[in-house]
Design a protein around this ligand. Structure first.
Ligand SMILES: [Zn+2]
Ligand SMILES: [Zn+2]
Length: 439
């Protein structure tokens, strides 16, 4: 039996992929199916069922141990293949409430009732999670076909509700790793990827912080309402809220070092209903992005200090309430693991591999799957923009005008994006699984 050597340098990724990657045309059709049938976070029931049926069809003799309904519609497929490291590969699978405007023949016209507000909404895979699902399914088929050349355990994990920042934590809290519940083997390493507005066929890696942490809060400031003509007998929460918003602007500019990255955005401010009434409360919704735990904590402490201070000097009748709406952890790539993956990507993708210099101020909840069990993780991106579009924008110096994730016009090319997503997952997994004798 052919076995991989101890050093990743001896692994022939090209050969293994060439001999074991399935014909991707059926996966291109599957991608279109997912693209046309997106489901909002926590409502991914049909997506989950479709994934399960594909996993069963590629393992007709039970080669994959499939467990479903984890933390909602999450599921895992475990491929145990002898002794060796355990690798977890994760794909998120939710769409989002965006009305697709790509004009593609396989564009989504789906609607769904959002359980957050009961409204029926247009739904689109505007973040490209349909690529993540399809890539991971094809990677599973490839790893199954290549079983003779690797040894270890690979877990294919499909996560719901990434866009709400809750899915990974929900899976963990539902007993993903609990031996008496879903009994997912504890991985030695977790990996995930995201399709990104870079040239299709390319992959990008980064050491250290990859995505910012994100924290969202609802702040309710209590005033004392009354007639608009008698401000002296009221405490106007609108004025207090305005001071709070302006004062927030000093956190990043005056309390965070200039070479650190952080953003504070008050995305919503609401108070009162009419012109001649001073209302009795104001509600702010604030979103905070940061790329280090130290400065994240500083910002959150400052938010509270400023709100309490402004309410105090304004004589508010009671302290403001600060409620957490959601939070995303920092995605902070493990140095050693990133080095190993990057080395493999450089060899396999050659000049199509690139690096990212600065942390991206988007956020991800994937790292919960690794930090819940104290394990390292690596995250990378792969490009989705077709060569023609890319070259046109490159020539016109308008690359920053290419539609990005969450845009109703986000339109990754099916190929070579899909194959790149599959190959990146397989190469990364093969970097870790081996004869069982190596690290
Ligand atoms: Zn997204
Ligand atoms: Zn996403």
């Amino acid at each position: 039996m052919a076995r991989l050597g101890n050093s990743t340098a001896t692994i022939q990724f090209q050969d293994i992929l060439g001999q074991n990657r399935p014909d991707l045309s059926s996966y291109e059709e599957l991608y279109k199916h997912f693209h046309q049938n997106p489901e909002i976070s926590t409502l991914e029931e049909n997506t989950s069922t479709k994934i399960e049926s594909r996993l069963r069809s590629i393992s007709p003799h039970g080669e994959l141990d499939i467990r479903t309904k984890i933390g909602g519609h999450g599921l895992i497929a475990i491929c145990k293949n002898g002794s060796g490291p355990t690798v977890l590969l994760r794909a998120d699978m939710d769409g989002m409430p965006v009305s697709e405007k790509t004009g593609l023949s396989y564009a989504s016209s789906k609607t769904q009732k959002d359980d957050l507000d009961g409204q029926v909404k247009q739904v689109m895979h505007a973040c490209g999670h349909d690529f993540h699902i399809t890539s991971l399914l094809a990677a599973a088929e490839t790893m199954l076909a290549a079983r003779k050349v690797w040894s270890g355990t690979v877990i294919f994990l499909f996560q719901p509700a990434e866009e709400r920042g809750s899915g990974a934590r929900d899976m963990v809290n539902d007993g993903l790793y609990d031996p008496n519940r879903h009994a997912c083997p504890v991985p030695d390493i977790c990996m995930a990827q995201h399709v990104y507005p870079e040239l299709a066929g390319s992959v990008q890696t980064k050491f250290g912080p990859f995505f910012s942490a994100a924290d969202s809060y609802r702040i309710t400031i209590y005033g004392s309402g009354g007639h608009g003509s008698m401000p002296h007998r009221c405490i106007d929460p609108v004025v207090v809220a305005c001071h709070v918003v302006i004062r927030f602007q000093t956190i990043v500019s005056r309390e965070i070092p200039p070479d650190e990255t952080a953003v504070i955005t008050v995305g919503s401010i609401q108070s009162g209903d009419t012109v001649n009434v001073i209302s009795d409360e104001a509600i702010l919704q604030v979103n905070i992005r940061s790329v280090s735990e130290k400065w994240r904590k500083t910002i959150l402490d400052s938010i509270k200090r400023i709100v309490d201070g402004e309410c105090g000097i304004s004589r508010c009748p009671k302290p403001a309430t600060i409620e957490k709406l959601n939070d995303y952890p920092l995605t902070d790539n493990d140095e050693e693991a990133t080095e190993r993956i990057e080395e493999s990507f450089v060899r396999y993708f050659s000049h199509c591999h690139g690096t990212i210099d600065k942390a991206l101020l988007a956020s991800e909840d994937f790292s919960h799957l690794a930090t819940a069990v104290g394990k390292p993780y690596v995250y990378w991106t792969f490009g989705g923009i077709d060569r023609e579009t890319w070259d046109m924008h490159d020539k016109a110096n308008t690359l920053d005008q290419i539609s990005v994730n969450h845009s109703p016009f986000f339109k990754p090319a099916i190929q070579p994006t899909l194959q790149t997503g599959v190959d990146a997952l397989v190469v990364a997994a093969l970097t870790y699984v081996g004869t069982g004798s190596h690290r």
